[in-house]
Ligand binder design. Structure first.
Ligand SMILES: Cc1ncc(COP(=O)(O)O)c(C=O)c1O
Length: 408
């Protein structure tokens, strides 16, 4: 008799965004003719830039010509030009990588869900709390946890990120093996400093733990002293895997392209250098046949001077939205974090409201949809995420409505 993977049944309340969609639908059904403004999901809204469009057109033309046509790449690791271009870009920040350490994928979400599969089920997993839900859910599905109790899965180590620690966690008190860190962080919008990352790299090297570092929003860091890659920290290549994406800085949320870095130097208990890289290579070749070659070849345009400038302009557009949201919220006395080197603002809910209570209040009074902090983990309770992805006029209308209609 066939049996399901019963770990799926442990997943607490379903995914956060379907619940937001359900409540929003219920509100719209009850309030005919009203439209809502969405500052909830981190979905990009601005069109691809001219260089990227030209690159993609060119890549399509390459597939139309017998001399330049390509089928499967040699493996699931990516087109050689893209692996090289990415490695070279790390070089600009003083990080030396070999292209064989870079794996191209169809996005950061699949990588952040799949990476745990190359590690044993007996690893103890630590996550920032709050965190991007995929880290937790993929480990639940794999069977590394028990049931959820009061919003926390048994067996997972939660590292609270609160106002008291500037939203970056203290080192775990008990020994852990896999540590997920996201910077700039989704959902808190805060960025880890070099000194903060150094403490985790030192811990990981001492305990032979592996840091899984999600840098999907690195393009949003404008302060040159803040690290855009964990490999800017000495020793990180021995203990860290990095995940990244073209979604948020190139507008590829729907186009799909990402990458992971697994350095040859990375070692885990009982293995020689190179083993983890080989395992990830094996995993990608067995379960994945590579990201679309049209997208990879088209995305090479991002590395040109014009491509880089245009993408930076796109980031600046979203960051101006973030500034508008932040200033509006502060002007009515709300406390806001993040939104300086990240497209997310992390708002403290007023008057002690729970994050779902604030969701309902914001929706009913201002018709704005945001994301309750509790959906990202227990320490997200009492907070609320607003996203700066949106057309400028919609952002302005939404903050105007918050300023005029939110009853504080
Ligand atoms: C922290 C983080 N990592 C990864 C992703 C997913 O990126 P992708 O679109 O490349 O799958 C997101 C998307 O919101 C994210 O917030």
């Amino acid at each position: 008799m066939a049996k399901i993977n019963a770990n799926y049944d442990k997943l607490a309340a379903g995914y956060l965004f379907p619940e937001i969609a359900r409540r929003t639908r219920a509100f719209l059904d009850a309030n005919k003719g009203v439209s809502v403004m969405r500052l909830g999901i981190g979905n990009t809204t601005e069109p691809l830039t001219p260089s990227v469009i030209a690159g993609l057109h060119d890549a399509v033309d390459q597939m139309a010509n017998v001399a330049t046509y390509r089928g499967y790449a040699d493996g699931g690791e990516g087109e050689p030009e893209m692996r090289e271009a990415l490695a070279k870009r790390y070089g600009k920040r003083g990080v030396t990588l070999d292209p064989s350490e870079v794996f191209v994928s169809d996005g950061g979400k699949p990588d952040s869900a799949n990476i745990q599969s190359i590690f044993g089920l007996d690893n103890v997993v630590a996550v920032q709390d709050p965190a991007y839900p995929v880290y937790v859910d993929s480990n639940v599905i794999a069977g590394r946890t028990g049931l959820a109790q009061k919003g926390q899965y048994e067996g997972l180590v939660y590292m609270p990120c609160t106002e008291d620690n500037d939203f970056f966690p203290e080192l775990p008190k008990k020994k852990v093996d896999l540590i997920y860190i996201c910077s700039p962080n989704n959902p808190t919008g805060t960025v880890a400093t070099k000194a903060q990352l150094e403490t985790f790299v030192a811990y990981a090297r001492e305990h032979k733990a592996v840091i899984i570092f999600d840098a999907a929003y690195a393009g949003y860091i404008s302060d040159p002293d803040l690290p855009k890659s964990i490999y800017e920290i000495d020793g990180a290549k021995e203990c860290a895997i990095e995940l990244n994406s073209f979604s948020k800085d190139t507008g590829f949320t729907g186009v799909r392209l990402g990458w992971s870095v697994v350095p040859h130097e990375l070692v885990v208990e009982g293995t020689a250098p190179g083993k983890v890289n080989a395992l990830w290579n094996r995993r990608q070749n067995t379960f994945f046949n590579g990201a679309s070659n049209i997208i990879q070849l088209g995305a090479l345009s991002v590395f040109s001077e014009a491509g880089e400038r245009e993408c930076n302009d796109m980031i600046a557009y979203y960051m101006e939205n973030a500034r508008i949201i932040r200033e509006a919220l502060e002007s009515i006395g709300l406390t806001v974090f993040g939104g300086v080197h990240a497209p997310y603002l992390w708002l403290k809910t007023p008057n002690g409201l729970s994050s779902w209570e604030f969701f309902d209040k914001l929706l009913s009074e201002t018709h704005v949809v945001g994301t309750p902090g509790a959906g990202f983990g227990p320490a997200g309770e009492g907070y609320f995420r607003l996203s700066s992805f949106g057309h400028r006029e919609n952002i302005k209308t939404a903050v105007g409505s918050i300023k005029s209609n939110l009853k504080l």
